[in-house]
Design a binder for this molecule. Structure first.
Ligand code: SF4
Length: 380
């Protein structure tokens, strides 16, 4: 099979990873007739054309949810590092792809597979002078030196935890070892970032690290997923957790398991941003008795309905932390309110709206100069 055909196959099959909010696809002939390059938002907010692909779709492991698991009957393809790097540079130079997300199925162990990914990255950066975005996957069981080498070459590295803890992972991927194979590389990445000179990295700064969970694949609760996410944010400097709602794949042990509502994925993202950017703690989130987030409302609104509706926030006095609890007020709105308060009292919703606040959303949960502004909603 020629290289372009293999890349068409691999990029069409690669739908399971971070940076895209896209569901797994069936591997139809039509889809294999093109190379998949996706719009993807970079950490700095810029959107680029990203090629997401595997170096190889051959895998010796058999994770229960995965389309690439060993023994599953579909057409597989493999690249050697140099041939992939050269083909990618042709795409890049023709303007078809600005960046690449590179992962792989595992063959001859995680260490050997990681070496191939690293060799590919090394050729791209040091032989072919690629200066664009590179996201490298760290394979389960990689060594510390390999994590470091990945961080020297990439803009982002990721280790997929898949599940929030050892027990849950055993139900999804019994041959992966949560602590030693998956969590340890994330710890090393954090240690390298904290202790080693970033000037050695290709851009003079260490790449960020992210992970992904298969939400609902092991019947874990949202509380379990977000407990681990909060721990990772705090203890290994995780930039972002991705949640991919479980979706059954034909010819896998979980093919008859029901798909998870994609709205759950959305709520998990919202809650993880509250933990990361809004100063929420786990106990501030509106978990049900079973540890789930309500699907009907976003978690910030649900939390406010349980608390702030009875104890509204006086916007003229509240501190930054409290202001961030109010639905309709984000980090930029908080800054605008704090600045506006220096020049006078906030007394009506139209003023809030002028500050960029979603005033209607905020109204049930606030006081303006001691008064509830609900009656002013009619003005809008
Ligand atoms: S190791 Fe990765 S590619 Fe292989 S079966 Fe598991 S999730 Fe799929």
């Amino acid at each position: 099979m020629d290289a372009v055909t293999r890349l068409k196959m691999l990029s069409s099959q690669m739908t399971f990873e971070p940076d895209l909010e896209q569901k797994p696809v069936c591997f139809s002939q039509k889809q294999q007739d093109q190379i998949f390059v996706h719009p993807a938002q970079m950490p700095n907010g810029q959107s680029i054309k990203l090629l997401k692909t595997l170096l190889s779709s051959t895998c010796e492991r058999n994770c229960f949810y995965c389309p690439f698991r060993a023994g599953r009957d579909f057409r597989r393809a493999t690249f050697q590092p140099e041939e992939f790097a050269k083909l990618f540079m042709q795409l890049h130079q023709s303007g078809l792809a600005e960046g690449v997300f590179l992962s792989s199925g595992i063959a001859a162990g995680g260490i050997r597979t990681q070496d191939k990914l690293l060799d590919t990255a090394d050729i791209l950066r040091n032989k072919l002078n690629f200066r664009g975005y590179l996201h490298l996957k760290v394979m389960p069981g990689s060594e510390r030196a390999q994590v470091e080498r990945a961080m020297l070459l990439a803009d982002r590295v990721s280790v997929n935890l898949e599940s929030p803890n050892t027990e849950r992972l055993a139900r999804l991927a019994p041959h992966k070892v949560f602590l030693e194979e998956l969590l340890q590389p994330l710890k090393w990445a954090d240690e390298i970032r904290r202790t080693e000179n970033p000037n050695r990295a290709w851009k003079g700064r260490w790449p960020s690290t992210v992970t992904q969970f298969v939400a609902g694949g092991a019947d874990e609760s949202d509380l379990e997923l977000l407990t681990t996410t909060a721990w990772l944010n705090k203890n290994v400097g995780l930039k972002r957790a991705y949640f991919s709602a479980f979706h059954p794949i034909r010819d896998t042990p979980l093919e008859n398991k029901a798909a998870v509502d994609p709205l759950r994925e959305h709520r998990l993202y919202q809650a993880s941003f509250l933990l990361r950017d809004y100063g929420f703690d786990l106990e501030d989130l509106p978990f049900t008795g079973e540890g789930g987030l309500p699907l009907a409302d976003d978690p910030k609104l649900a939390s406010a309905q349980m608390t702030l509706v009875h104890t509204p926030v006086e916007l003229n006095r509240a501190d930054r932390h409290t202001l961030l609890r109010v639905p309709g007020i984000g980090p930029k709105g908080v800054e605008a309110i704090l600045k506006a308060r220096r020049t006078g009292k906030l007394r009506d919703l139209s003023r809030l709206r002028a500050l960029g606040v979603n005033a209607i959303r905020a109204a049930p949960f606030i006081l303006l100069d001691g008064k509830r502004p609900a009656q002013q909603i009619a003005l809008f």
